[in-house]
Design a protein around this ligand. Structure first.
Ligand SMILES: [Zn+2]
Length: 234
């Protein structure tokens, strides 16, 4: 067999192994994404509820300022009423106090509702956090398994890659670039054995003369149909 072909076949075998491990790692990552997705609903709910707690607290502070202000007005009016002599002035002061009293009552009612809402939100947050804790507890085992498997695969990949580099340096530069160009087209093989006198990949017939050269291992031929490098069946 052509010496270049031999090293190319070894290189392709190494590349297939590298790809296999890369795919296995990708599958493990996909499983992690799947686990992450399970947590999303709970984490998003918690965030949304916390934002509402914050906006409710802001509204509550605004309301408290208003209530304080109304109370100050009320106190001033009360002090004023004590000093008015004329009945008409006293009536005006009384009307003003009634208005302030009504606004104050409405604000205090809203404040009560807001406090109730905060308590309700907090309960929902507690529930979501409980759910999240349950999910995390359930996922702890699978996540640990995936992490350990990933570590093993990463070690395997490092070994497979260095083996691949060792094989690659044995290939001539021009053959290597041709091979890598073929592999960059996709996951299909760059080197394919001939089968029944045709390309093992696209079944294009190989002329008799080239076929015998390939079978004798004298030269490396490209398929006229799909461009892969052809070699004798092993
Ligand atoms: Zn072909």
């Amino acid at each position: 067999m052509h010496p270049d072909l031999q090293v190319l076949i070894a290189l392709q075998r190494d590349d297939v192994e590298v790809d296999r491990i890369v795919n296995a790692i990708r599958d493990l990552s996909a499983r992690e994404v799947e686990l992450d997705r399970e947590r999303v609903a709970s984490t998003e709910s918690i965030q949304r509820l916390r934002r509402e707690v914050e906006s409710t607290a802001t509204r509550n502070r605004e309301l408290q300022n208003k209530i304080d202000e109304h109370k100050r007005v009320q106190e001033r009016s009360l002090a004023h009423v004590d000093h008015v002599r004329k009945a008409r002035d006293a009536n005006a002061a009384k009307t003003e106090m009634d208005i302030v009293q009504r606004v104050l009552a409405a604000d205090e009612k809203e404040q009560l509702a807001l406090n109730g809402r905060v308590a309700e939100l907090q309960q929902n947050i507690d529930m979501c956090e409980l759910e999240l804790a349950e999910i995390d507890e359930r996922q702890a085992g699978p996540r640990a398994t995936i992490a350990a498997e990933k570590k093993t695969r990463a070690d395997e990949l490092a070994i497979a890659r260095s083996k691949r580099e060792e094989s690659a340096v044995k290939v001539t530069r021009s053959m290597l670039s041709k091979y890598e160009r073929l592999r960059s087209r996709g996951p299909l093989a760059a080197l394919v054995p001939i089968r029944d006198g045709s390309c093992g990949r696209c079944h294009t017939a190989i002329p008799m003369q080239r076929r015998s050269a390939i079978l004798a291992g004298n030269s490396i031929e490209s398929c006229e149909g799909c461009g892969v490098l052809l070699h004798a069946p092993e």
